[in-house]
Design a protein around this ligand. Structure first.
Ligand SMILES: N[C@@H](CCC(=O)N[C@@H](CS)C(=O)NCC(=O)O)C(=O)O
Length: 209
């Protein structure tokens, strides 16, 4: 058991730190969360105060006063928490093959699920940026059409298939039909009390209770 609470740097909306919250709840590890903002303002992930801790300017980041360990990368933090605090072996697996498979799927999560899902969010953010830039204007530059406006058209035309008009996967019902095993697995994991607790904490800090 951790002697003192782990210092945990997080973000209210960014999904990665919330993986670690599930582990804090599973293993009953005390922690103190500091919620940073995105960007370089005071209290931000890119402010010099935090860059001294994590030069990558990303959360999560922890300091465990019990061991003195400082660490970033959410999946590595989860592995650290299990190595040190999973005394009942809730998450232990037998044999080299299974141990490696856990690492394989953690690697796939970090290299594929996280970044590609994040891109989907960035699509909307990009549209918001351009929308903002066009407020009160007819074109991006000056008061006439330029190459800049034209360059956006082909990708914007593809939006129906990229994201917004994803008629096949827009609702849970459709996703269940497309990916039944993924859907069942997702809902299965969702039932764990630690995950429900994480969701409750997340809603609270996001002001969505
Ligand atoms: N591979 C890292 C990714 C960390 C990451 O991208 N965190 C996001 C929040 S979910 C972040 O801090 N973003 C800050 C930014 O993009 O400026 C991990 O799994 O911990």
């Amino acid at each position: 058991m951790a002697n003192s609470a782990i210092d945990f740097y997080s973000h209210r909306d960014g999904p990665n730190p919330w993986k670690n919250v599930i582990l804090f709840e599973e293993l009953q590890i005390p922690y103190n969360a500091t919620y940073l903002t995105f960007g370089g303002a005071s209290g931000g992930v890119e402010h010099e105060d935090f860059l001294k801790k994590n030069p990558a300017g990303r959360v999560p980041w922890i300091k465990d006063p019990t061991t003195g360990i400082e660490l970033t990368e959410s999946n590595l933090i989860s592995e650290y928490l299990v190595d040190h605090y999973d005394t009942k072996g809730i998450f232990s697996v037998e044999g080299e093959q299974n141990k490696l498979l856990v690492k394989q799927w953690l690697g796939f999560q970090a290299a594929s699920q996280g970044p590609f899902f994040a891109q989907a969010t960035l699509v909307k953010r990009t549209i918001t940026t351009v929308d903002r830039a066009l407020r009160g204007k007819e074109y991006l530059v000056g008061d006439k059409i330029t190459l800049a406006d034209l360059a956006y058209i082909p990708w914007d035309l593809a939006l129906d298939t990229i994201l917004l008009g994803d008629a096949e996967a827009a609702t849970a019902k459709e996703r269940k039909k497309l990916w039944p095993d993924w859907f069942a697995w997702h809902n299965r994991v969702l039932q764990r009390p630690s995950v429900q607790k994480m969701i409750a904490i997340q809603k609270k800090v996001q002001g969505k209770e």
